[in-house]
Write a protein that binds this ligand. Structure first.
Ligand code: HEM
Ligand code: HEM
Length: 177
């Protein structure tokens, strides 16, 4: 039986960031589409305050991951599935945890809007305000947010499949001992 675990720190980072990420996604969606509750951009403010913390947490997470290897995958997984898991995780880091928050930061900067990390710390603007950049970054952020919604949805489904169908301990490796 496969019984290897991620380090406790990796588990904390994964689950805290997963909660922040999913909450930020829902808030972003509500900010953009539920105008009745976002009349003064208060939902947008909270979306940006929460989501921008990912920019900092991902630095810690990548540093930790580069110095601490992940548990081995179960022997029952085919070489193709191992490759898929590896590149899938790489894609989550690059797109969901880096490109998406950076594009949100770029979008706000180009639109001359402030980003307050957790409502406490103001991010410096990434670029000078410019309408064309604002438009492009907005399109990018919106499409990539939806792409990531699908990516993360797939990630969760695969984790559940490992647990309930393959019963191979992959999910347990990310859960508290
Ligand atoms: C520095 C970080 C980020 C900033 C500054 C930012 C900024 C924004 C802004 C200004 C909007 C438009 C809201 C409105 O129309 O009032 C938005 C929408 C959105 N954001 Fe972010 N964002 C950031 C990170 C993220 C992250 C990490 C996620 C995913 C978890 C995300 C998911 C979304 C989604 C789903 C939408 C709605 C897209 C749509 O359907 O129109 N954002 N974001
Ligand atoms: C209920 C939600 C979630 C579940 C059940 C879940 C489950 C898991 C599991 C079991 C692993 C370990 C896979 C392995 O051993 O190879 C993992 C890894 C990972 N998860 Fe999640 N996850 C969830 C949400 C998220 C979210 C929202 C994100 C980010 C947007 C995310 C990003 C990652 C990344 C990047 C890894 C790779 C870790 C590494 O090896 O460095 N997860 N997840």
């Amino acid at each position: 039986m496969h019984s290897e675990h991620y380090t406790a720190t990796a588990k904390w980072l994964h689950w805290v960031m997963a909660a922040i990420w999913l909450g930020a996604w829902l808030l972003g969606f509500c900010a953009a589409h539920w105008h009745a509750i976002n009349s003064d951009h208060q939902v947008t403010f909270v979306h940006k305050a929460l989501a921008s913390s990912v920019l900092f947490l991902v630095v810690l997470r990548v540093a930790w991951r580069l110095t601490h290897s992940a548990p081995a995958l179960p022997a029952s997984m085919s070489p193709l599935m191992r490759k898929a898991a590896h590149y899938g995780h790489l894609l989550l880091y690059a797109v969901a945890l880096i490109a998406l928050p950076v594009s949100g930061w770029l979008w706000s900067s180009a639109g001359n809007h402030e980003v307050w990390v957790l409502g406490l710390l103001k991010l410096p603007p990434l670029v000078a305000p410019a309408e064309s950049t604002q438009h492009l970054a907005g399109l990018f952020h919106t499409y990539v947010a939806w792409l990531c919604g699908a990516l993360v949805g797939g990630h969760i489904l695969v984790a559940l499949k490992h647990h309930f169908v393959d019963r191979d301990g992959v999910l347990r490796g990310m859960l508290p001992r």
